[in-house]
Design a protein around this ligand. Structure first.
Ligand SMILES: *Cc1c(COP(=O)(O)O)cnc(C)c1O
Length: 338
């Protein structure tokens, strides 16, 4: 593909050279190997298929201006996968195995990693599923850990632009459920609400805390943050949201580089007026600025419905600069693939 094509790339599956696969049997992981296919053969009785015993991650490999490749905080993804595995009663994938699998996949697909300057990246999808013949509701005896990948485009084709979001009555997770684990079941629960939002012309829906429905929990499959008029970066603290690595990185940058006060707390839907800017954050888009939130027949406009606020833009530029290697990263954030 030429550079221009990478600019038009979406978030879809493309043919790649190889994927990583490793099996857990008799209480231990095998060494794992690369395979030139994304097809796997598993028993149709596999608990992942019926009972959702699975967990996944999402991270990217970025091409730097000198042509070399880096990952962004992959050990944080490895740690989060471990927490998800614990919650799903699955064997833990050792951190070194996780990083090694990502590196193997990156190296095998080096020629498919988009050029610097296109905004495109190689998306990596590590996942673990419970496999084997298993009829009752109980954890699998065997597991499969794999890392698949695809080149993906920059989320915003025409540059960073605000979106509008809808608050609905749907929940994606329960108060003491699995909302803080990166597991497939949460996504299955979100498909319908997402479609409802799309059908009404919104980018996605916003989930409120499932207990009281008064506070913002998540924005689709991304975390929420708002910047108050007096320069505070506020993001929800809740046991039913997925701890976004992007969000914690933005919090650090907001504090250390932009001198904002950082607050993890409550974001009441009826107090959105305190925010001058707002955004959704996650690996896929980095930041998706929130121009407007609609709830019932009320509309709340943040900075602007068409333009991105200055602090949101600064945070976006800082993090993108770090992820593509143009801006020096805080200690330990960058993993160069050698
Ligand atoms: C993956 C995910 C995010 C974003 O996490 P990042 O680590 O920033 O990519 C946010 N919310 C949900 C529900 C997620 O699954």
């Amino acid at each position: 593909m030429v550079k221009e094509d990478y600019k038009n790339l979406g978030f879809e599956c493309r043919e790649t050279n190889a994927n990583y696969i490793s099996y857990f049997k008799d209480g231990k992981w095998d060494e794992g190997k690369l395979k030139d296919t994304d097809c796997i053969t598993i028993s149709a009785f596999s608990p992942a298929l019926h009972y959702g015993q699975e967990a996944f991650e999402g991270l990217k490999a970025y091409r730097r201006s000198d042509g070399s490749i880096q990952m962004f905080r992959p050990t944080e993804n490895a740690k989060r996968l471990r927490r998800s595995c614990e919650r799903m009663l699955m064997p833990l994938v050792p951190e070194e195995k996780f990083i090694d699998a990502c590196e193997q996949v990156i190296k095998a697909n080096m020629d498919l990693i988009p050029p610097y300057g296109s905004g495109a990246t190689l998306y990596l999808r590590p996942f673990i599923i419970g496999v084997g013949r298993n009829l009752g509701v109980k954890p699998a005896k065997e597991y499969l850990f794999s890392v698949i990948c695809s080149p993906v485009g920059s989320y915003f084709k025409g540059g960073l632009a605000p979106n509008k979001f809808l608050i609905t009555d749907f929940d994606r997770a329960a108060p003491n459920g699995t909302g803080d684990s990166k597991v497939g079941g949460n996504y299955a629960a979100s498909l319908w609400p997402h479609q409802v939002a799309l059908d009404k012309g919104y980018a996605d829906c916003i989930y409120l805390d499932p207990l009281t429905h008064t506070k913002i929990d998540e924005v689709g499959a991304a975390n929420f943050f708002g910047i108050t008029r007096d320069n505070k970066f506020i993001t929800p603290k809740s046991s039913s949201i997925l701890p976004s690595i992007t969000k914690y990185s933005l919090m650090y940058l907001a504090k250390e580089k932009l001198n904002l006060e950082i607050i993890e707390g409550e974001v009441f839907v009826d107090k959105l007026d305190i925010f001058a800017e707002a955004g959704a954050c996650g690996t896929a888009a980095v930041i998706s600025p929130i121009g407007r939130i609609d709830v019932g027949n009320k509309q709340h406009v943040f900075y602007s419905e068409t333009e991105v606020g200055p602090i949101t833009r600064k945070l976006y530029d800082l993090l993108m600069g770090i992820q593509f290697g143009d801006i020096e990263a805080p200690e330990g954030w960058i993993h160069i693939v050698k």
